[in-house]
Every structure is written in structure tokens, then in C-alpha cells.
Design a binder for this molecule. Sequence first.
Ligand SMILES: Nc1ncnc2c1ncn2[C@@H]1O[C@H](COP(=O)(O)OP(=O)(O)O)[C@@H](O)[C@H]1O
Ligand SMILES: [Mg+2]
Length: 233
Amino acid sequence: MEKLIIEAKDLVKTYGEGEGLTYALNKVSINVYEHDFLVILGGSGSGKSTFLNMLGGIDKVESGEIKVYDQDIVKFNDKQLTLYRRNTIGFVYQFFNLINDITVLQNVMLAPGARDKERAMALLERVGLADKKDKFPRQLSGGQQQRVAIARALNKQSDILLCDEPTGALDDASGKAVLKLLEDIHNEGKTIVLVTHTREIAGMANRIITMKNAQVVKEEYNDNIVKAEEVIW
Ligand SMILES: Nc1ncnc2c1ncn2[C@@H]1O[C@H](COP(=O)(O)OP(=O)(O)O)[C@@H](O)[C@H]1O
Ligand SMILES: [Mg+2]
């Protein structure tokens, strides 16, 4: 049994009030084990991004707890949260979130603690984009931009990578290249939590959790893991 590294319990998040009250998360409890490739599957509006943002220390939790390596990040103050976001987790977004007026290499080196140029170049090499280092993000295709974003996330040297619809804005071929990269990264030892509405991608996961209407409705183990190159959607 792998070690339990993330224990999210009874998370609640609402928007609006009175008649307009909607639950983004309604008592969501999710565990993540070391070396998991966990896919959280659910339709649009089911609460996936809200959950991931809470795990990433981006969204405020209304109630519940999120223990990461035994520390409840819900209780963290701003300074602790900043350090947590910087050191403990990497984040990959659907629309890349690169900074457009600095170069690819500068994006990868952006975070404090990520300023080692040789390391950044090695990571760009790793994602197959060393030759694009002096380009600006808009000069790259979507798939290339996402690979830059992955290099930036890897540069944090954190053990946990959170991915929110990482292929959602990409064509099939670029999406596949990104999935292949995530598969390799997972095989090298990282823990990955990926949220998506694309059922086929869940085939890559060792664990699949399904969300619906702000709740977890299904948890399963996947004995028949599909390789990234065999994922078709
Ligand atoms: N900033 C917000 N203001 C109001 N409602 C929101 C906000 N963010 C999310 N929601 C609502 O919370 C629910 C879950 O959203 P989200 O986590 O983004 O779902 P998913 O990522 O699964 O598509 C949806 O009903 C959405 O409309
Ligand atoms: Mg979302």
C-alpha cells in the first residue's frame, strides 16, 4: 500500500446565497496516495476545478480539511500558503497560464527557486522545446505552450503535479504528446492528480474518481492501465 499523502475531508464550497445558493463542493472527501496517477472525472460544473484549486492552495475552503503530508493546508496563513504553492505542488492549467511578454526560458525560470538556467534548459530539452527558448509564448502552438507550462511546473521540483484539463485546449496530436509527457513524469515517480471531463483519459490512471453535482459519486481502481499513445478521444 502506498503512503497516503493528501487527505481531503468533507470539503465544502458554495457560491451565492438564498435561492441562488449553489454548491461547488458538497462534502467532498478524496485521498491521494504517493505515486498515484489519479484522474478525477466529471462533467462541466461538477466541481473538479474547485477541488483542484483547493488542493493547490489557490481557492479558499469554506469548511473541511486538506492534509498534505500531515499538515492541514486549510489552516495555513498567507505566508505558509505561498511557500506551499511554491514548493509542494506544481500546477498545469487548461489554458497554460504562461506570461506572454517574456520568453519561453524566462517563463520556465519565473518562480523564486527556479532561477537555475542550466536546469531550466534541461527541462526545455526534456519537453522537446530547447530550440524555442527565446521565443515568446504566442509564437508557439497550444501544444508547445502546454509543454512549456509543464517544464515550468517541473522546475519546482515538487512531488505532486496537479493538472486541470491539460489537454482541453489542444488538438488530438498535441494532446497526446502532453499525455505522453505526463505518463513519463509519473513513471519517474511523481504523483499526478488530473481532472478532466474526457472519459478516455481516465484509462491512464491507476485510480479514477467520478464527480457529479459537487459530490464524489464513484471511486475505482483501474487494473487495465492504457498507455498515453493508445488513448483515443
Ligand atoms: N467564481 C464562481 N462564482 C460562482 N459560481 C462558481 C464560481 N466558480 C465555480 N462556480 C460554480 O461551481 C460549480 C463547480 O464549478 P467548477 O469547479 O469550475 O466545475 P468543473 O471544473 O467540474 O467544470 C459550478 O456550478 C460553477 O458554476
Ligand atoms: Mg473546470
